[in-house]
Design a protein around this ligand. Structure first.
Ligand code: TRP
Length: 332
């Protein structure tokens, strides 16, 4: 495909701790596939991370490790623009302009704000409130056609679109209106201990989630302990959320349909199935961990890559930002 005809895609991920199998199957694996078809931009959203309290040393190491993990997954800094959000000051700058064009009431409706402020009642800061405006800036600076987002971020993408449409109408065309990208494959992975809940690294039950960087034994152990039911059959059903979740994971990794997975394991016991799921997961994540362990030791190379990424990103971001500045009446 010729470069100019490629559609643009942008997404970001927060550097807040260990990334899970849920992040991998729900988002990151798709980023990888998109590199061929689209012009891709991926960032580590460190500015977003401080909307909840972070320990500085830990945050610093998580920014490095998130970037290293993106590389280990196979994202390629030659083909994708890969950078750290705070290195491109236009994100925060455009967020200010957009803030002044966003209504208090629009932000107050955001369900994630309501959830997070209930969870962090001692730190309901203004950044947590205006977080979707910063996310709108992240997106709009790069004029993407598509933004791959999970269900929990859909409302934020909607707001980004609303902000862009309103800005364009008021000041003239600056922003492209992005669409949500719904990947062909993209799994919603649930907790291994309570399949009613999404898999989450903040879950206190460590057996409920698998980290991308877990070793093989840990992965197998967690799958062996996965909660199922007492009925016995291996098939997708509303009444069998645990087994359905394991089928989802197995199909997302192997590319097989649920029906194929059901066939493959028909007549088999839960023990065998859990072990098989654990094994395909461990085999998929193993090489990623191996690459990660090597990449993370070369800090100088990591820094070179994310600095270069930031320069490349800023060349694009600056153009959009200057255009927005001019439109609102600022002097360049
Ligand atoms: N808010 C997103 C999350 O918590 C991360 C994010 C920040 C993002 N900026 C973005 C995602 C821009 C997509 C596009 O998961």
């Amino acid at each position: 495909m010729c470069e100019e005809s490629k559609k643009r895609v942008l997404s970001c991920i927060q550097p807040s701790g260990m990334l899970t199998l849920g992040n991998y199957l729900g988002a990151l694996k798709n980023w990888l596939n998109m590199q061929d078809e689209f012009e891709t931009t991926f960032a580590v959203a460190d500015l977003h991370a401080i909307t909840v309290r972070q320990e500085p040393a830990k945050l610093r190491s998580q920014i490095y490790s998130t970037y290293a993990l993106m590389l280990a997954l196979g994202l390629d800094p030659e083909r994708s623009t890969m950078f750290i959000q705070s290195h491109v000051p236009e994100h925060a700058q455009l967020a200010w302009i957009l803030s002044c064009n966003t209504q208090f009431g629009e932000m107050a409706r955001m369900t994630q704000f309501k959830d997070k402020s209930a969870k962090h009642a001692d730190n309901i800061n203004v950044g947590l409130f205006s977080y979707p405006v910063l996310m709108a800036a992240d997106i709009l600076l790069y004029k993407p056609d598509y933004v791959p987002v999970g269900a929990d971020q859909k409302q934020h993408l909607e707001i980004a679109r609303d902000i862009a449409i309103r800005f364009n109408r008021l000041y003239g065309d600056v922003f492209t209106i992005p669409d949500a990208y719904i990947p062909k494959t993209g799994a919603r992975v649930m907790s291994l201990q309570d399949p009613e809940k999404k898999m989450s690294k903040s879950d206190e039950n460590l057996n409920s989630w698998v980290a991308i960087l877990d070793d093989k034994d840990t992965i197998i152990r967690k799958f062996k302990r996965a909660v199922t039911d007492s009925e016995g059959g291996i098939y997708v059903s509303e009444d069998k959320k645990g087994i359905s979740n394991l089928i989802t994971i197995y199909s997302a990794i192997t590319g097989k349909t649920s029906a194929e997975v059901e066939n493959e394991f028909s007549g088999k016991g839960y023990g065998d199935f859990k072990l098989a799921v654990g094994e395909v997961v461990a085999d998929e994540l193993g090489p990623i961990k191996q690459r990660y362990d090597q990449i993370i030791t070369d800090k100088a190379e990591l820094e070179r890559l994310f600095r270069e990424g930031a320069e490349r990103a800023e060349r694009v971001a600056r153009k959009t930002y200057f255009k927005a500045m001019k439109k609102v009446g600022f002097v360049l």
